[in-house]
Design a protein. Structure first.
Length: 374
């Protein structure tokens, strides 16, 4: 087995180059010694799309400077260490937007003030939206989402085969499994398969069981891959029968190019536990922004129906959005690429991703078993 030992964020490979460009472009920008119309946004790739930023700047006579995130935890650490004073708005993975509340670094959003925005959302995302609430107050609004489950090429395998994660441990699939080197994303599904809810406090016996299931997974794993393009190539040519730890994020770019035989699915519930995971990004306002009203307008802009379509459909990847009003604006081809006909089945069979209490323990176990397998 060939393993890549560097632990990366699920999107750092895609965004590393863009982040370097963004950092160079922002090199001369200081903190909030700006004109009233200057805004600074920390975000993932996609939110910086010119069609999104330019439209906001033109509508509000504003200048938006962008700092791209390559690691959601690292971005949060930067903000929590005092960097929040240098930004007005942040778009990141939802657990980190939610954590801005207890960290005391966000401006809470008044759900009533955003009632017209929530009215455009699917019912699943309307206020009060628990994943982004802290002590009954909203830390941000949801912006993009998708699910984590096996990614398969139906030219080489049947979707029905992946009604569970059993093939990951089947000798018939030895050296045909690709595990994505994306932090906790490949760990959580394996814990669920073992009958353990990784989003609660775990005891020693449960951590030992997670170690056992990861050890078994690595016995069948052909490669641990951090580069999405490499993983996609192996899936396309049949070298990999499934990608583990990615899901809809892995398939969208291929399906966008017409490769509709590539699918990400969610296994059936097992031992009373859903087997999929819903990931989501959110957008919030940093505490002490010099432009609170303009910051609110930027948040509303990011979730407006027209912008939601732009945010869903980017160069690197394509993702679902919470805006129900945006659905009619997608073409049939876009809906197919996004697997919109499957999204609520995936939702119903999934847990919502949050920060797991024992994630450091699980990451350490993952690395230890990876080293042993090598």
């Amino acid at each position: 087995m060939t393993f890549k030992k560097t632990m990366t964020d699920r999107r750092s490979v895609l965004r590393g180059g863009a982040a370097a460009i963004g950092a160079a472009a922002l090199g001369g920008i200081g903190s909030r010694a700006h004109a009233a119309t200057d805004m600074r946004l920390m975000c993932w790739e996609g939110y910086d799309k010119p069609s999104i930023i330019d439209a906001f700047e033109a509508a509000h006579d504003a200048n938006v400077s962008v700092d791209l995130i390559t690691d959601s935890a690292g971005g949060f650490a930067k903000l929590a260490a005092g960097g929040y004073r240098d930004f007005d708005v942040v778009s990141s993975d939802s657990p980190w937007i939610a954590r801005m509340g207890p960290a005391g670094i966000c401006e809470y959003l008044d759900d009533e003030e955003f009632a017209d925005v929530y009215a455009d959302f699917y019912p699943q995302f309307r206020a009060p939206f628990a994943p982004l609430q802290y002590e009954g107050k909203a830390t941000g609004l949801p912006t993009r989402w998708g699910w984590v489950g096996p990614t398969v090429n139906t030219k080489f395998d049947k979707v029905e085969t992946w009604a569970s994660y059993d093939p990951c441990f089947d000798p018939a699939y030895r050296d045909k499994i690709c595990v994505l080197d994306w932090g906790d994303w490949p760990i959580m599904p394996m814990a669920l398969h073992a009958g353990i809810d990784p989003y609660k406090e775990l005891d020693d016996a449960e951590l030992k069981e997670i170690r056992t299931v990861l050890r078994a997974l690595f016995k069948n794993t052909r490669a641990l891959v951090g580069d999405l393009s490499v993983a996609q190539k192996g899936l396309m040519d049949g070298s990999f029968r499934a990608l583990i730890g990615g899901g809809s994020y892995c398939t969208s770019a291929l399906r966008k190019d017409g490769q509709d035989h590539i699918l990400s699915i969610v296994p059936e519930p097992k031992d009373g536990l859903n087997q999929g995971i819903i990931w989501m990004e959110g957008t919030g306002i940093l505490k002490g922004t010099d432009n609170p009203e303009l910051a609110k307008e930027l948040v509303k802009h990011m979730v407006s129906p027209d912008v939601a379509v732009e945010l869903a459909w980017t160069e690197a990847t394509c993702n679902l959005v919470p805006s129900q009003a945006a659905e009619a604006k997608f073409t049939d081809e876009q809906k197919a690429a996004l697997q919109m006909d499957y999204m609520w089945e995936a939702w119903d069979k999934s847990h919502f991703h949050s920060v797991a209490p024992n994630i450091d323990d699980m990451l350490a176990i993952f690395q230890e078993e990876l080293a042993a397998a090598n």
